[in-house]
Ligand binder design. Sequence first.
Ligand code: URP
Ligand code: ZN
Ligand code: ZN
Length: 477
Amino acid sequence: MTNFDTIIANGLVVNATEQRVCDVGIRDGVIAAIGSGLGTAHRVIDATGKIVVPGGIDSHVHISQPSGHGIVMADDFASGTLSAVCGGTTTILPFCLQQKGESLREVLKDYHAKADGNCHADVSFHLIVTDPTPNVLGQELPALVEEGYTSFKVFMTYEGMRLYDDEILATMDCARDTGALMMVHCENEDAIRYLIGKHEDQAKVEPKYHATTRPQVVEREATHRAISLAEVVDVPVVIVHVSNGPAMQEIRAAKARGRAVVGETCPQYLVLTAEDLDMAEWEGAKFVCSPPPRDAESQMACWEGIETGVFDLFSSDHCPFRYDDPHGKLSPDGRKSFRWIPNGIPGVETRLPILFSEGVSKGRIDLQRFVALSSTNHAQLYGLYPRKGVIAVGSDADIVIWDPEKSGAIRQAGLHHGADYTPYEGLHIDGWPILSMLRGAVVMEGGEPTGVNPGGQHLARERSPLVEAARLAHSPP
Ligand code: URP
Ligand code: ZN
Ligand code: ZN
């Protein structure tokens, strides 16, 4: 009789807090033993010279999100999650977006109908609140938090979706009362709209003007305001997709004051710049996302935030649109002005190769920090730990093997997303994931899907420990 379904043998097993060469035994989709001389298995995977880490968790992903104006997202849950596992990510946290007038419960049903039974990775939804009515705040959100939807995002930008400060405060109050974690997209919509008007008056409509109408200061101001609003109501807050030094410094200063503020940054702010939006023939549209990529100084600031712990999360903000498509970046309106180009870029598959190559292989971060930023911190912050985010006995066998010696450029032809381009075309990568396992099943090997799919599951989440700690700290004696 064999002891295990699979043994991963002799790899360097890395968690966020420790690393050692050993074997990992897997039974019934769960990690059953860690050590040496574990015995027999149906399959032994030789990981000598390789790095064995917890499956990546990408806590900022948009899939099948209705986008209006005839725009269609390039990924559904099948392609988005297949792309994720091919890039070493085995759990994603996509958003369920409420439109004005909609019931969150009803929208969530629609998203589940699209996702359930179609996923190659495990999935757990955040909620985006764009219409915080008394019913949403008083009835729907409290019930949904109880059911395991324990995080909400709000926008300070995007016409029709942004919340005003009093609405943000009311939503934050709801988060505090229900124990949910708030995520905020920080850009000043009024300033952006004013700048867009000025640009269009001067016939400045090319994609590069997306960046000049969303300058760093509108992000820095909104970051300061979001942190201040969270302080007014006394809740923890996650500042998502931070792109530059001044915004990062707002988070650093708030942390230094003892505020529970978490920072997230993304690959686009490390390896792209606003110059990419200035490509000829409207190709700059491929890089339109918000906040926009900045400059070399901002890239260095984001690295500094990663290295010094201002940023605890590294996510993709995967939000894919096809480029050469009337339902994508080159929609009839999107060809006329940057303001109609759908915001967002694909990146769920390239997030971790970029962090590994630019971070670990170039010596900016060590392997344990890589694991923290790519997996463990997401699991801990969003209530999935220790089921996810760690190689430990009893945890789900979501495991990825990396080959630090494997090199090669990112190419659209090698990716599995539904977009027809990657903004990272040609970027040289040192270190690729060579095997992904979801709950014990090998779903990717050698960079390609194996065709095996144990069925991505929806995960109800616990409340964030950060929120629980803040509640305890502030409860009356
Ligand atoms: O441009 C972006 N980031 N699109 C996705 C929506 C969002 O703001 O996260
Ligand atoms: Zn956002
Ligand atoms: Zn996003």
